[in-house]
Design a protein around this ligand. Sequence first.
Ligand SMILES: NC(=O)c1ccc[n+]([C@@H]2O[C@H](COP(=O)([O-])OP(=O)(O)OC[C@H]3O[C@@H](n4cnc5c(N)ncnc54)[C@H](O)[C@@H]3O)[C@@H](O)[C@H]2O)c1
Length: 248
Amino acid sequence: MGLLTGKTALITGAARGIGKAIAIKFASEGANIAFTDLVIDENGKATEAEISALGVKCKGYASNAADFAESEEVVKQVKEEFGSIDVLVNNAGITKDGLMLRMTEAQWDAVIGVNLKSAFNFIHACIPVMMRQRSGSIINMASVVGVHGNAGQANYAASKAGMIALAKSVAQEMGPKGLRANAIAPGFIDTAMTQQLSDEIRKEWASKIPLRRGGTTEDIANTALYLASDLSSYVSGQVIQVDGGMNM
Ligand SMILES: NC(=O)c1ccc[n+]([C@@H]2O[C@H](COP(=O)([O-])OP(=O)(O)OC[C@H]3O[C@@H](n4cnc5c(N)ncnc54)[C@H](O)[C@@H]3O)[C@@H](O)[C@H]2O)c1
């Protein structure tokens, strides 16, 4: 019996990277997996097959998490096809970095839309389902920069700080209905997102990490498993920094 046997987890932006690692981890603990991504192409189909091979139900939904109506529709379909939604992971995210002075409105709007509004969209659609179940765990994938800020990432840091405050607010509103909401703040995790960064920035980050290594997607998936499962049944409204000790 796995930690999530019989539960359904909905994970946004999970065709690759951290989201995919979380989906695989949850599936290996018995959860059925509904995941979204902008498109479900060959890569998304391969993720679907890899998870189904673990003996659980899995389906990928093509949807733009920043779009309110599309997100509502996905949640409706997942509820119909899976029967319940026990865990929601708001993981879809993008960066469009630039110094504040040069940041365009388009860079600001895109990052706030995909990172923060998407979390609103999915939480808003999922909480009626979770309230009826009188249980649910919501996990927002924030970032250490949402706690500490970061020069050159004002849009991204603000979106992640927003996701943290959103999780805390939902934890307060929904606790009496049996729902929990928390945030994970990863540090430097080796994925396509961080592979875009220059060697210089990567070296600078590594020198600030007491454990002297970047994190793996598995490091984040393990924390997500803790927050999704009953192992954390008395933990709500928290931000867990998973960053090798970079920020204390
Ligand atoms: N990699 C890191 O170091 C790091 C650190 C802190 C936080 N994070 C956060 O973790 C999450 C996952 O990041 P990752 O490193 O795996 O990135 P990634 O780029 O590998 O994966 C992000 C996924 O989100 C999807 N996506 C993008 N826009 C979307 C949209 N509008 N609708 C639906 N899906 C969309 C992408 O297609 C991709 O599959 C993000 O929220 C990111 O901000 C990552």
